[in-house]
Design a protein around this ligand. Structure first.
Ligand code: AMP
Ligand code: ZN
Ligand code: FE
Ligand code: FE
Length: 280
């Protein structure tokens, strides 16, 4: 089986990179894309285990971007060739700006009377510490009932503890991925706020060259729609479970929710040949 969308504990999954490879072997996934949020650390660390287990790894990343002011996830693939240090440097900059935001968020929460420090939040979130980890700490310390309340009352963009973070625009993400020779794929299009068919010309104009038509959140009708949009705009097609381990126990690597994922096994071949043609 093939699965081009998965997360390790280097972003918000629960598996270590080597545990993810073990999971791939168990699930009979022989081609695995690791697409942690805003980091390559999980992919880099999984390489030896992948080689040992005979699992072909595809280097990926899932960027958190803004499209017309709304959060949209963008997948980048094949970002492991030589000469990609500018892209990797940019990803490190994103991480630095996240950490700087976290310092300000700790200060804000302390100002509001909560005894929270950066170390305990980073113990949960590692290199990708974000608001969900702050929410976990607030629940653990009894400051809020649950994660929902942590966001509603404090961490949501509209709430009192929110502090601004510089996030890349969708078009900048696409441009950087394409300039690095990668494939830029719109992640789980079903979650895009707004009418995707209407947005497509704009997204394609920026250089988007793939759609994630296959995803655990997609119904057969959704997948059909995205395959048709991809065909209409001459885009490549990607697909994956969005496996997060115990964080989302209903989603299985390779097969999705109760086997709702059927990703054609030649997807990678088509991406490799199509990517070469499409990259201009
Ligand atoms: P960060 O990148 O640290 O700003 O955190 C963003 C993450 O926080 C998102 O990917 C969501 O998982 C989560 N998040 C943001 N807003 C909310 C909300 N209102 N309720 C629950 N989770 C949220
Ligand atoms: Zn995730
Ligand atoms: Fe996502
Ligand atoms: Fe994801």
């Amino acid at each position: 089986m093939i699965d081009l969308h998965s997360h390790t504990y280097e972003s918000d999954g629960s598996c270590s990179p080597s545990e993810l490879i073990e999971e791939a072997v168990r699930a009979q996934v022989d081609i695995l894309g690791i697409t942690d949020h805003d980091t390559f650390t999980g992919y880099d660390q999984a390489l030896p285990a992948g080689r040992h287990a005979g699992v072909e790894l595809v280097c990926g990343i899932e960027l958190s971007t803004k499209l017309h002011g709304r959060a949209v996830h963008l997948l980048g693939y094949f970002l492991n060739q030589d000469g990609l240090s500018p892209f990797r440097d940019w990803v490190l900059e994103l991480q630095a700006s996240r950490r700087e935001r976290n310092v300000r968020l700790v200060a804000r929460l302390r100002e509001l009377g909560f005894d929270i420090n950066l170390e305990e939040v980073e113990a949960r979130g590692r290199g990708m510490t974000g608001r969900p980890h702050f929410a976990q700490v607030m629940v653990a310390k009894g400051y809020v009932r649950d994660l929902r309340q942590a966001f509603d009352d404090y961490l949501d963009e509209s709430a009192i503890a929110y502090v601004y973070r510089q996030e890349p625009q969708f078009n900048e993400g696409v441009e950087r991925i394409r300039n690095a020779g990668g494939i830029a794929s719109l992640a789980h299009p079903v979650r895009v706020n707004g009418d995707l068919p209407t947005l497509m010309p704009e997204l394609c104009g920026w250089g988007l060259n793939a759609l994630e038509a296959y995803h655990s959140d997609h119904s057969p009708a959704d997948t059909q729609l995205y395959l048709e949009l991809a065909r209409k705009y001459g885009l490549l097609v990607t697909g994956g479970s969005d496996f997060h381990g115990a964080v989302k126990p209903g989603v299985k690597l390779g097969s999705g929710c109760d086997g709702n994922l059927q990703i054609p096994h030649d997807l990678l071949e088509r991406l490799k040949s199509g990517g070469a043609n499409a990259s201009g």
